[in-house]
Design a protein around this ligand. Structure first.
Ligand code: DGY
Length: 417
């Protein structure tokens, strides 16, 4: 299929997943509004309907808590096809939401959307800016206990079952969560999803949060899981800077945001794993490093962080696969090329990594990553993710964020930096 037809198909996917002001990641498997999925959907919409793009961001921010958190799921309407639904989270909010957050890519993508059309975006940006700022303040207050960004649940990272979380997950007791029925495995091949032991632990962490009334202080201090996340740290670092640029554009002060960015950067040595020569996930309860390279480490460039040692290691990992950046190193024993975040390549993450390459003037790598991502989508369609070895399309189909990054970055007709 030529790229014009694929552009058309990508727009149809976003329109088809539009539920009225918000976009579901894919019908069936993910029937609600997910936080970072939604920010990507907005970026995709902005290529053909800027007004709809801003609406997506506004709807996402309508779920913001009083403390500033923007939750990872907004349950706009009940759907028995998804587990765990609003009743399990029990946050008691309207709209119903989950009790954790997700990678804050919204400010970075809002900046792209704004800069492509400042005239249409100015008032919309002015209205959402204080909410984005409050969310960034929440990250600083509730998710940076040692300086870098940490997650309290693997779902908060958006990279649910990647080997990065294995050190923290092994200490979570999932044996008392009671009976439950998963729905995800009814929608896609179970061998591509996290396992039952993972789910038991996911639920144990969720139950801790519900039982303490989603008190973020208690969750960070006493919760069963707390890990420093390099991907989240790089995403937040860039997001602070992008929101600071938007602050300047609006005539607001950028001082607070630039201060948070400087503090995050200064804390980076705490997640530098000497044995790996890379930034690495670290269990904040035990100090243990994950010891496995993955796409999180590749996001360093996205935050304008680089050094030659790290670069050699990362490019060697990339060279072990045929398509895209693998979510985890193929040389590691934990590598599973089709099991969700334990090896597959994700077009959406590739788009962020490429943004990092471009921003650092590394056009050859940015272009290689784009071409490899294009090859996957041309052959397999707009799937959630792909086997990085043979290109097999995996997970959910007609996926919003794959369609979105096609339109905004991968397609030959996309406007790139
Ligand atoms: C899921 O249900 O698989 C999600 O990733 C949780 O956000």
């Amino acid at each position: 299929m030529d790229h014009i037809a694929l552009d058309e198909q990508a727009r149809a996917i976003l329109r088809g997943n539009d539920r009225g002001g918000y976009t579901v990641p894919t019908a069936g498997l993910y029937p609600y509004q997910w936080n970072w999925d939604s920010a990507f959907a907005a970026w995709g919409f902005s290529t053909f309907d800027v007004d709809r793009a801003w609406t997506e961001i506004e709807t996402l921010l309508s779920g913001q808590w009083e403390d500033g958190m923007v939750p990872h799921i907004l349950f706009h309407q009940d759907d028995p096809g998804y587990f765990p639904g609003p009743g399990v989270w029990g946050t008691g909010r309207t709209p119903a939401t989950s009790g954790i957050s997700q990678p804050p890519v919204a400010a970075t993508l809002a900046r792209r959307i704004y800069e492509a059309d400042p005239e249409t975006g100015r008032d919309r940006l002015r209205a959402v800016f204080p909410k984005l700022l409050a969310w960034h303040r929440w990250w600083r207050a509730h998710r940076c206990p040692t300086g870098v960004a940490a997650i309290t649940h693997p779902w908060e990272s958006g990279r649910d079952n990647c080997p990065d979380w294995d050190p923290g997950m092994k200490n979570v007791d999932g044996s008392n969560v009671g009976d439950y029925t998963r729905r995800d495995t009814g929608h896609v091949d179970p061998s591509m999803r996290p396992g039952k032991e993972d789910y038991d632990r996911y639920l144990a962490i969720l139950q801790f949060g519900r039982e303490c009334g989603w008190d973020q202080e208690v969750i960070v201090r006493d919760g069963p899981f707390l890990m420093a996340d390099p991907a989240m740290t790089f995403i937040l670092l860039r997001a602070h800077r992008d929101l600071a640029a938007l602050a300047r554009e609006l005539g607001e002060s950028d001082a607070e945001l630039m201060g948070w960015a400087a503090d995050l950067e200064a804390a980076l040595p705490t997640i530098w794993n000497e044995d790996l020569s890379c930034y690495d996930a670290r269990d904040l309860r035990t100090g243990e490093f994950a010891g496995v390279l993955g796409s999180g480490a590749f996001l360093a460039w996205y935050a304008r962080v680089e050094n030659p040692e790290m670069e050699r290691r990362l490019i060697a990992v990339w060279n072990r696969v045929r398509f895209g950046i693998p979510s985890s190193d193929p040389a590691a024993p934990s590598f599973a090329p089709r099991r969700y975040w334990r090896g597959p390549t994700w077009p959406v993450v590739n788009s962020l990594i490429a943004m990092g390459f471009s921003g650092m003037g590394r056009e050859a790598e940015a272009e290689r990553l784009r071409r490899e991502t294009v090859a996957l989508i041309e052959a397999g369609g707009f799937y959630e993710y792909f086997d990085p070895m043979d290109g097999t399309a995996c997970g959910g189909r007609d996926f919003s964020w794959t369609a979105a990054i096609w339109l905004a970055w991968a397609s030959p007709s996309a406007g790139r930096d």
